[in-house]
Design a protein around this ligand. Structure first.
Ligand code: NAD
Ligand code: ZN
Length: 371
């Protein structure tokens, strides 16, 4: 059996397992290394036939106790009311801490169901099998789970790690083009903030990405996931201002998502946020104009919007700046940005962290770059 623990390895209680064919190998792996005496697969209903049912059948064949629950995904289901409904379902079916949930879907599903797993009976085990670029490179890893509410995005939630994550880049071949574009917003973040080699790889690879080339997907998923794990490992609960670095592009990004009532895809908002963070760095003289242009060019290469006029929503500067007051990175009314200071590196503040206070007037000026 091709059981490989990749170099992406977190700690004893938290595996990131790669080198798998999800549909062929996961049931056997679960039989050999069980995480519960009964399982429920929560799968996005759009891909239930493609991935949920084969996994369910494979597990049943091995006589694992499993049920299949196709549910709606999308930003609009990331709500406490939906989470409460799912908890009631688990209660009716007598799920407890010896049971295990399996999440097959994108970042919205893992945020929602991970939060359900973390809050039901003070936490029951769960497994992530992410099926989008955002899921495999970011959302499915690191234990941030939660839902949105009227105060803003991801405002209610818990840190609660999955017990295991199966990463299978082959699952990404069925993504529609627009979801590939969406995923690239978050992947480019790793190139800009952490990994010049990922940045350069992406500069060369856009045709292969849209042709769904397997080696290209392997590289992107594994290298991004490794980057995420190494940051999370250093600062699991974001108490040392290190994990904050992963929020590069997100201060403006969350503002834009809120301004579009969460209609704009997350990766597209992050892409626009990267343009603004880059502009702030260029304005402060910590990033050359040449590098700033390279970043914007890479976003364009992957079809990401770099101007508000391209997103199909009417959004003003104050629509974006309003929600920033409530951003989790905003402390005492001071907005903090993660700022790139080159390709693949970030500006540290005087205390070794990555939050850089930015004035409102500075933000307003930098926002010109996307208007
Ligand atoms: N918790 C974290 O650390 C973290 C990190 C980054 C992003 N996020 C969150 O993740 C969410 C975005 O995730 P997303 O982009 O995966 O969105 P998503 O979950 O809405 O999935 C996007 C779409 O792709 C479809 N889909 C999923 N897998 C597919 C496949 N293999 N083939 C075909 N279609 C497929 C889904 O049905 C959905 O329509 C946002 O809510 C964001 O806030 C969380
Ligand atoms: Zn994100």
């Amino acid at each position: 059996m091709p059981v490989t623990h990749s170099p992406v390895y977190f700690d004893e209680s938290f595996d990131v397992v790669t080198g798998y064919d999800m549909l062929k190998d996961v049931p056997t792996h679960l039989q050999n290394y069980p995480l519960g005496n009964k399982y429920k697969i929560f799968v996005s209903e759009d891909i239930a036939g493609l991935y949920g049912e084969p996994l369910f059948e494979g597990m049943k064949e091995l006589r694992l106790n499993v049920t299949l629950e196709p549910i709606k995904d999308g930003e609009e289901v990331k709500r406490d009311t939906v989470a409460a409904k799912l908890r009631r379902l688990l209660h009716r079916e007598e799920f407890d801490r010896r049971s295990c949930l399996i999440i097959v879907g994108g970042g919205t599903l893992s945020d929602l169901v991970g939060y359900v797993a973390g809050t039901y009976k003070r936490g029951i085990p769960y497994i992530n099998i992410p099926t989008t670029f955002i899921g495999q490179t970011d959302a499915g890893i690191g234990g941030k789970t939660g839902v949105d509410d009227e105060f803003g995005k991801n405002m209610i939630g818990v840190f609660y790690n999955p017990r295991r994550i199966y990463l299978d880049p082959k699952l990404l071949v069925s993504l529609p083009n627009q979801e590939v574009v969406n995923g690239m917003g978050e992947v480019i973040k790793y190139g800009v903030g952490f990994r010049p080699d990922i940045f350069e790889f992406l500069e060369q690879s856009h045709e292969k990405v849209f042709a769904r080339n397997p080696e290209t997907y392997e590289f992107i998923v594994h290298e991004s996931a490794k980057t995420k794990v190494s940051v999370v490992k250093e600062d699991p609960r974001e108490t040392r201002d290190i994990r904050t670095s992963l929020n590069l592009g997100h201060t403006t990004g969350h503002g834009i998502e809120k301004a579009t009532n969460y209609g704009l895809q997350h990766g597209l908002a992050v892409g626009l946020g990267l343009v603004v963070a880059t502009e702030l760095s260029a304005m402060r003289g910590i990033m050359s104009r040449d590098n700033a242009s390279r970043i914007v060019a890479l976003l364009k290469l992957y079809g990401l919007p770099t101007k508000i006029s391209q997103i199909g929503y009417v959004v003003t500067k104050s629509d974006i700046m309003g929600p920033m007051v409530h951003d989790k990175k905003t402390v005492g009314g001071v907005v903090n940005y993660v700022l790139p200071n080159g390709i693949g590196s970030l500006q540290k503040n005087g205390m070794g962290g990555y939050s850089n206070p930015v004035g409102w007037h500075e933000i307003e000026k930098a926002l010109d770059v996307i208007f």
